[in-house]
Write a protein that binds this ligand. Sequence first.
Ligand code: FAD
Length: 431
Amino acid sequence: MNQTPFQSNSRQPHTDVTETQLLVIGAGPYDLATAAAARSIGIEPLVVGEPMEFWRRNMPAGMLLRSSIDWHLDPQGQHTLAAYLEDNGVDPNDVDPIPLELFIDYAEWFRDAKRISAERVRVHDVQRAGGQLEATLDDGRRVRADAVVAAPGVGPFTRLPTWVERTVPPERYSHTSELARLERFDGARVLIVGGRQSAFETAALLAESGAERVDVVHRHDPPRFTTADWGFVEPLMEASVRWPGWFGRLAPAHRGAIERRFWREGRLKLEPWLAPRLARPQIRRWPHATVTSTSELAAGAIAATLSSGEILHVDHVILATGYRADLARVPYLAGVLDHIQLTDGFPILDQHFQTTVPGLFITGFAATRDFGPFFGFVRGSTAAATIITAGPIGSEPARDGVRPTRPAARERHGAVPPRRHTATKRAELAS
Ligand SMILES: Cc1cc2nc3c(=O)[nH]c(=O)nc-3n(C[C@H](O)[C@H](O)[C@H](O)COP(=O)(O)OP(=O)(O)OC[C@H]3O[C@@H](n4cnc5c(N)ncnc54)[C@H](O)[C@@H]3O)c2cc1C
């Protein structure tokens, strides 16, 4: 495996442009699931991006996932997380909750099994080119594609309170999605703004990795330590595959009810395994409080005044303040942005995740407005991949701007046996 896509996945290149039926931008969960679904119907995708880069570079080592074992990447349901554990002799009970490192390793195993190679370079921009789309890569190469699937994830969409950018020097604050290395906070006093799972898990990890003090400030009631029940998502995912675009067509009240349910499970609950890890003297909690002002102290530290009147002296501020879609923040889409119709920063998508630029599909978090909140999490990746590849991507290339709806030849690809780990690796995975 690991053939170079530019050698083997391309159609006949003309001069310096590689042609492909499907370009997948990124190599995170949504991209890998899409690539697998494409291969299963005989489309050889060209995947451009660093595999699981966001998970490796933006999530802290030692983090435990909220995802359960049935949240996997395989639209065909074969190379699941459960199959990976079984293949490696790991008892699921030994990896519950699932460590970040294990999920990254699963994604690598999945990629091997599905023979998905990724070109480790970035897409610089995407432009319209007749009935096709043309991407320029950071190394100058150009790719012309009948269809492009982009999964920008949550990375570009961090939401920061306005006071932070106005009053705190950039080197003194970070968003929770930028915290791969927590050792740098050894001995530091850290203020965390936000009170959901990511805020408290970051607090636990910081205290465990040697932070002197961690203050968690949030305006709402303290969330409850109760296992989130994601069971209600299953029928919704089935409905999404059976009736593509179903969520976007719901009446606002029905849609709102689903969003509130999702909010209750995801935001109003903290995983119970976190509770004992927070019972440390250096972690202090400030519920029903906001930061009303900050000022810089002589040594570069920050004095943060809370609405309760308390003044906290801290070395760093961490914002666990979530995400807000704004497609203009995805750099490689700048060249087509004017043609993508947006609502509240989200692209308007058809029932197969296609934007108003024919052939350009956007999946993952940026699709949650039209497809539902579960598409911001790994759980939605298999359904999204199935829906996308059941649409015009499986069709012949556009001719005069018209895409036939009949699928192209559906040659099946066999899977290679997935990588097996040694006993030592298995012990590591379970530790
Ligand atoms: C701290 C934290 C904890 C989380 N925990 C969970 C959890 O427990 N369970 C869960 O389901 N979700 C969790 N999430 C959300 C998770 O990030 C998403 O579910 C998931 O990453 C979405 O996958 P994706 O493929 O859409 O995007 P990403 O995983 O972000 O992948 C984006 C890909 O795009 C690539 N890319 C970016 N720019 C370019 C470019 N110019 N050219 C080429 N490639 C590019 C990147 O390299 C990357 O491979 C968490 C997020 C954070 C921040």
